[in-house]
Write a protein that binds this ligand. Structure first.
Ligand SMILES: [Zn+2]
Length: 292
């Protein structure tokens, strides 16, 4: 017989966390990942790690837990940044609390963050963090973190839509993908102008592995590729794809794999490069002219 303790997939930390915005103290739920609880499945083309349900523990989604959320004012960011909100922004973060509460209510109805995380609270935690990174200084790379939050929210909204099939989560998923593309692109231009740095930042994009700068460039490219259809003018669309090919080229570098540049991501980037090249050719054929 298994007792309840042995079948637990999360636990609560003994020490309390204090919210820097409203002062509320709470205990944080953490994932237990050992003893065969997490069975890694395949990696998607968006570098998302899928997990097989375990017979003993059921379905576990590690994406639900990395964002710490204050149960009262709903201030929320990645745990490692929770205390890093600058003092100058505390007042605005506090006066924004009503907006955060409304944001959650409108999408999911009331959610109690003192209780264990479910899928909806997991998604809401990323919505809230997307909002709260506006209060953070550039030292924590808030722009790319907004991108990561939007991307993970999009993944989880896709899961929820597949389960409930009501259409509304799919609609918000598209908005989150557009947000992800916007923030990843803005982050890339912030790096180029020296406004933000990704040094020492966990770039994920998933919780299982940090794919580093190459992973970052790959995500920018795949989001640009998948959302290319948003540009209705074919010639403009092809020109955007030409820019995306340049982003992927940066990723190739010498073309050799190394510890920081695993061969897997090079292979995925090559596939994407070929797909985009093919698509540009098709547009050129349709327009009857060369664009490069
Ligand atoms: Zn709070």
């Amino acid at each position: 017989m298994q007792n309840e303790d042995q079948l637990k997939t999360t636990y609560y930390l003994k020490n309390t966390t204090a919210c820097p915005v409203c002062g509320r103290e709470f205990i944080r739920e953490e994932l237990l990942s050992g003893r065969g609880r997490l069975i890694a499945g395949k990696l998607t083309d968006e570098l998302r790690r899928l997990y097989e349900p375990s017979k003993k523990y059921g379905k576990i989604n590690p994406l639900k837990y990395p964002i710490t959320v204050c149960p009262d004012c709903l201030y929320a960011v990645f745990h490692e940044d929770f205390e890093k909100i600058p003092e100058k922004n505390l007042d605005s973060a506090q006066s924004n609390a009503d907006k955060r509460i409304q944001l959650v209510l409108q999408t999911f109805g009331p959610l109690d963050f003192d209780q264990p995380r479910d899928e909806k609270k997991g998604i809401a935690s990323y919505f809230l963090a997307l909002n709260c990174y506006s209060f953070m200084d550039k030292g924590v790379a808030p722009t790319v973190k907004k991108g990561i939050c939007a991307l993970r929210a999009a993944w989880m909204l896709g899961d929820l839509e597949a389960e409930e099939k009501k259409g509304n989560y799919g609609y918000i998923q598209n908005i989150m993908y557009r947000n992800a593309k916007h923030f990843y692109e803005t982050s890339m231009s912030n790096i180029q102008t020296g406004q933000e740095s990704l040094d020492g930042i966990k770039l994920g994009p998933d919780t299982d592995k940090n794919w580093g700068y190459e992973g970052f460039l790959y995500i920018v490219s795949i989001l640009q590729f998948k959302m290319g259809f948003l540009e209705k003018d074919l010639e403009k669309r092809a020109k955007k794809y030409i820019v995306t090919k340049r982003v992927i080229s940066k990723l190739f570098g010498t073309g050799k794999s190394s510890k920081s540049k695993p061969s897997m991501i090079l292979d995925m980037a090559h596939d994407l490069y070929d797909k985009i090249s093919q698509y540009i050719k098709e547009i050129e054929a349709e327009l009857g002219k060369k664009l490069i």
